[in-house]
Design a protein around this ligand. Sequence first.
Ligand SMILES: Nc1nc2c(ncn2[C@@H]2O[C@H](COP(=O)(O)OP(=O)(O)OP(=O)(O)O)[C@@H](O)[C@H]2O)c(=O)[nH]1
Ligand SMILES: [Mg+2]
Length: 467
Amino acid sequence: MYYTIFSLKYDKILLVKNMIFDTIVAKTTADGISAINIIRVSGDEAFSIVNRIFQGPDLEKADSHTIKYGHVHDQGKIIDEVILFLYRAPKSFTAEDVIEISSHGGNYIANQILKLLISNGARLAENGEFTKRAYLNGRLDLTEAESIMDMVNAKTDHQLSIANSQLNGDVHRLINGLRNDVLEIVANIEVNIDYPEYDDIEQLTSEIVIPKVTNLIEKIDRILREANTGQIIRDGIRTVIVGKPNVGKSSLLNSLLKEDKAIVTEISGTTRDLIEAELNLDGIILKLIDTAGIRDTDDLVEKIGIERTIKAINQSSLVLLVLDQSNHLTDLDQTLLNLTKDKTRILIGNKIDLGNKINIENETIINISAKNNLGLDMLSSKVKSLYIDETLVSDNYTLISNTRHIAKLHETKLALTDALVACESSLPIDMAEIDLRKAWSSLGEITGENCSEDLITTLFKKFCLGK
Ligand SMILES: Nc1nc2c(ncn2[C@@H]2O[C@H](COP(=O)(O)OP(=O)(O)OP(=O)(O)O)[C@@H](O)[C@H]2O)c(=O)[nH]1
Ligand SMILES: [Mg+2]
């Protein structure tokens, strides 16, 4: 009964069958001078290849999960004193035989060891190839593999917690739960198609299938709502600071960053090009862009800067529109208010130390003094209240945060909605089954149960070498 739907699962098996699992090698530590380097070797021949360049205990006879001391040599000439960490398949990161060589730091020694390993039969790994193997060998699902890069890139506690929960399989379990729900509905339909005498199809559709599909759509909606917060925590908020010249945009950037990143002067038109910086605002990353003040100008360089400002507004998720509280609203301010009216924005009344002349009906202005570091807390709270649902952050880290996962969940929801329409119409129930299978397969693409070789290749290319 399940044959057709289960056959989708073989995608990954086919992928694995087509691959050649030779022995790969890469330096896992970053380039440059450091105390030690770690070189990782993975594959069937890991032990025999390393054994050939190692002076010390015989590795072929060594147990898994042991540490060996010795020297790497090139035909008797000592290259370095090393420590080896041995892992035999399947109890290793890649589920293959793995040796990690811990050598002295610096690029020269590492390169010598890499060359030796390659001349003895290993191949230089591609970016992310170790993790790709862990996935293909069934050690990790795709979401867990993806979370490893998130862990490496994490800059805040929230980002790390989300990556950790994903690595622990929370996303995997969540998606598998949904897949099982879809499968159960398909099973209900197939029982009915195979044994029509047991039930009335129409009754099955309205009484069993429709509420189940509706329930699933609601579940996915809830997950997608939470995903908004997750995505912001993971990727940060692209935030642009705009305003007319001289209102204190660059001063605001500097005071938020607590450093003199941008040049501040009393001359209008000081900032000519975009200035980008990252700010950790109580756990939320703001990708800040300071811009050239918008005004009419004949200066070519300034004109280009202004064009870039307008482009930056369009590409940002959040606009910080800075107004000058020491003067009344001008036409230029009004132009900017109109230009940003459809964006998520925060109005900032700067130079509050010099006056409080601007009030805008039905809009809150956060009054600050960038120069004197006043009111910045209120700005932080405002950003947080706009983007972060505190209840989700504090007690639920099983958030979907990855854009790819979110896109696939939208696809799943669409297929389920189509299934619902089919159920509610007079179409044969088989039509709904096609849509349900589509939903099942979209969910499988998240975990990597069924996905294309292209996707796998593109995904792992984003990883660093040695990961
Ligand atoms: N009194 C007072 N002066 C401020 C404040 N913030 C900025 N300024 C002054 O305003 C002037 C302009 O500041 P900038 O930060 O360069 O302004 P900007 O908006 O980046 O200007 P452009 O890059 O030319 O568009 C400088 O002389 C700052 O010292 C403030 O809160 N109070
Ligand atoms: Mg400036």
